[in-house]
Design a binder for this molecule. Structure first.
Ligand code: FES
Length: 230
């Protein structure tokens, strides 16, 4: 066991734990977007930042990837940490303004204004969906493509993936709903029809992937059609 100081409390933690795991063990909440227990930490969203070291020469580290050390001093909610989180939340709100998860974070951290121009990507590139598919579902049906501002999550060659088993795990873990149905969009490889609940997609968009099997949208659409005929 190691001794460390967590928000002023002297605590004992197991060697090998991350700061995030230690904090959660002691009931201290640290917000996360790209971390999920059971998936390898990725350190992409930076929301789990904490301050380590004495107040003077301290530094910010991502608690989901930083392992505890003997004598480590950690502050999970210092002014510096909160300010940095607020700025990140602003950025994520600009990227994904309709994400319920990010809206809730904004409310919790009193972020009421966004200084960045909205660009409505609906993806924060946290990689949760990619890791869920590869590590839990052994699928590798989706991955990252492109670099810099063109980086995005997609299927190989933007085509329907033979690896996808329609488990929906990627949608389940997505904090920004990028993979959830957003309505038919011809530019994307995902079907995305079920949210609109319109008769879409599998005939008309036959080279696109639909995660629902059977597709809720198609089912509802055909029910409506048959009711209308009656
Ligand atoms: S949760 Fe640690 S960087 Fe995203």
């Amino acid at each position: 066991m190691l001794q460390m100081t967590l928000n002023g409390l002297k605590v004992e933690v197991e060697e090998g734990m991350t700061i995030l795991e230690a904090a959660r063990f002691y009931g201290i909440n640290i917000p996360t977007l790209c971390y999920l227990e059971g998936l390898s930490p990725y350190g992409a969203c930076r929301l789990c930042l904490v301050e380590i070291g004495a107040p003077g020469p301290s530094k910010l580290v991502t608690s989901c990837t930083y392992r505890v050390e003997e004598g480590l001093v950690v502050r999970t909610d210092s002014e510096r940490v909160v300010k940095r989180r607020q700025m990140l939340i602003e950025l994520y709100l600009a990227t994904c303004p309709s994400s319920r998860v990010i809206q809730d974070l904004a409310s919790k951290y009193h972020v009421t204004k966004v200084r960045f121009a909205p660009w409505n990507e609906d993806c924060i590139l946290c990689g949760l969906c990619v890791r869920m598919c590869a590590e839990q579902m052994q699928g590798k049906a989706i991955g990252f493509a492109g670099r810099g501002s063109s980086r995005r999550v997609t299927t190989p060659f933007d085509k329907k993936s033979e690896e996808c088993r329609l488990c929906g795990g990627c949608m389940y873990v997505c904090p920004a709903c990028q993979s959830r149905c957003q309505g038919p969009q011809e530019e994307q490889p995902l079907c995305n029809a079920c949210l609109n609940l319109e008769q879409p997609c599998l005939d008309y968009f036959d080279d696109k992937m639909c995660y629902m099997d059977p597709c809720v949208a198609c089912e509802l659409g055909s029910n409506r059609e048959s009711q209308a005929k009656r």
